[in-house]
Design a protein around this ligand. Sequence first.
Ligand code: NAD
Length: 498
Amino acid sequence: MREITHKLAFENAQATTRFSDVFDPNNGTVQARVTLGDKALLDAAVQAAKQAQPAWAAVNPQRRARVMFNFKALVEQHMDELAHMLSSEHGKVIADAKGDIQRGLEVIEFCCGIPHVLKGEFTQGAGPGIDVYSFRQPLGIGVGITPFNFPAMIPLWMSGVAIATGNAFILKPSERDPSVPVRLAELFQEAGLPEGILQVVQGDKEMVDAILDHPDIAAVSFVGSSDIAHYVYKRGVDAGKRVQAMGGAKNHGIVMPDADLDQVVSDLAGAAFGSAGERCMALPVVVPVGEKTAIALREKLIPAIHALRVGVSTDSEAHYGPVVNAAHKAKVESYIQMGVDEGAELVIDGRGFMLQGHEQGFFIGPSLFDRVTTKMRTYQEEIFGPVLQIVRAETFEEALELPSQHQYGNGVALFTRNGHAAREFAARVNVGMVGINVPIPVPVAYHTFGGWKRSAFGDTNQHGMEGVKFWTKVKTVTQRWPDGGASADSAFVIPTMG
Ligand code: NAD
């Protein structure tokens, strides 16, 4: 059996006793097993990081940025290899796997400009003969704990900014698709990153707990489901760490009566079913405003959903591939049954879908529910599969309340031709990332990514300047250079600028 293991700065002499299966979701077979590390392995990785980090922090930012430039070129050269590797463990189609890598690479492009953003602030003459300046220093050792659904993009969100700002970084990727993170770490090393600055430790809860309790780890960035995010946030903060923990989502698409319905249906098909719905910025809830909109939208959605092609992840014609594993498939299908039991109307049932020649693959056909209500658990919870739910609203105000009141607040989209309604919506909706006629409003790398409510714990977003803030601490220096004529009056009162 092929074994996927860690990427460490030292020879790992420890005998591994625990493993986790890595599936081929297209066929439902086990294709490899991943080594699960423990506290002792983490300790050794932290020691290596500790030794390497001061010298890396002392490297001037332009040279650190050059490693980012080299890495970008290497990932571009290896794009096909990485996309196939990613798709074979995750199940997303190749074009989408390339998108996963590319969105991560865009954060690396942002990091190529890190000298500019680390310039700091300076005030000359803040007092008599006094100058004040502030600058950002790295935290030391940071860790990223990442989910299965973006095995390239999310590790790069974190590692790029952490490393470019002078930290050593340890990545704990998802045990469900662990190969791409290791390959990315190899390419970073080839790009000139010193040994010990980026390591990958594989593992599950045991490793996560060891990370959260480790006294030498200064910061933890987590992305995954909300209950685990909350747990990671609380335990990490209790241990005195800086923690950002992004969680689950239930993004709504509000369709106003004046929206271009053909465009909406085309956008919804991709946003609800792309990557088999396994995206935290997927659009699994659509809210038509008014009865006429609901009827017209439903009429157009049904044939569009029937036209979706579900196929193996290497099928270039497929719109989406299998979900990640059998347990996840069973979970999504149980939510479909729950929706039926709760009284929603199952318009299209994706259960029981089978692909010839891949009968054991983790495929689920697309499903559509209508007349879903806020009281239903299938509305309140994240399904994370190829299931679209229609929740009907009478008015704009009622539609605005739905995402605003929901426990999650990651993304939301409004489809309209009315600029006033769009402006009002963007200002008032209680959600972190808003799309106006944009179904998946994932901000570009030099802006910042983060949801609200149970979609994110902590107060700093991913990448852009928020990422730089997360991975650095500010030092402020107040200085004067007296000319030798000492003043006799000691100050016993707090100095003011009055
Ligand atoms: P997950 O919570 O199961 O796993 C995330 C990480 O936590 C993994 O590295 C895993 O090994 C670890 N983990 C799992 N169980 C743990 C436990 N009991 N204790 C400690 N650590 C544990 O999430 P997933 O299924 O890999 O990813 C899908 C979830 O991630 C969805 O909820 C999705 O919405 C969310 N997500 C959110 C964002 C965002 O930015 N808000 C982005 C992508 C995915």
